[in-house]
Write a protein that binds this ligand. Sequence first.
Ligand SMILES: Nc1nc2c(ncn2[C@@H]2O[C@H](COP(=O)(O)OP(=O)(O)OP(=O)(O)O)[C@@H](O)[C@H]2O)c(=O)[nH]1
Length: 202
Amino acid sequence: MTAMRVDAKVVMLGKESVGKTSLVERYVHRRFLVGPYQNTIGAAFVAKQIHVGDKVVTLGIWDTAGSERYEAMSRIYYRGARAAIVCYDLTDSSSFQRAKFWVKELQNCEEHCKIYLCGTKSDLAEADRSIRQVDYHDVQDFADEIGAQHFETSSKTGNNVDELFQKVAEDFSSSAFELMPEGTGVDLGQKKDSYIYSCCHN
Ligand SMILES: Nc1nc2c(ncn2[C@@H]2O[C@H](COP(=O)(O)OP(=O)(O)OP(=O)(O)O)[C@@H](O)[C@H]2O)c(=O)[nH]1
């Protein structure tokens, strides 16, 4: 069996129900789960290999629980992360406030962690413009201010999801990842371009 090694730790952060799990599901499994919403408890992990030019980067993605009840736990999961996908729901302005909270946390505690702001559920905002509560330009201004990348995605349609993770992998490949000395990744003892998924939903 060939060992699989995580090159880059990526953490998903954001208010509960913004769509972090759905984003990972769409990216890794190419599916959108319908049915009753199940909140994440603790965190779930998945590793995925991604091609960047002639290199292969393995992202180890931690999908954290958004509920404030698990806030202390989420802090454990972003430690040592080289990228954070901070999600907010385009149809819920309070989720953008919560995203700002996580940005502040990362700026204070993980200065080497690159931040990607991700506005989720763009399919809903496109279907009915009146339900959009977070303006694209306001977020772009904030992203410019903090030096973050900014994406709007839909896990339902798949819009911009691959582009988001590809950008994360490319940024690793071109900067921080290149600086990592050989052997600093984490061996997972798994094979192929697949994943481990330790999922904790209630
Ligand atoms: N229409 C639409 N619904 C979405 C999208 N992404 C997520 N949802 C729905 O939003 C709800 C919450 O999604 P999750 O992915 O479980 O949210 P989460 O951020 O992981 O939630 P926690 O585990 O509580 O932190 C579910 O009912 C999803 O089906 C999307 O892109 N479009």
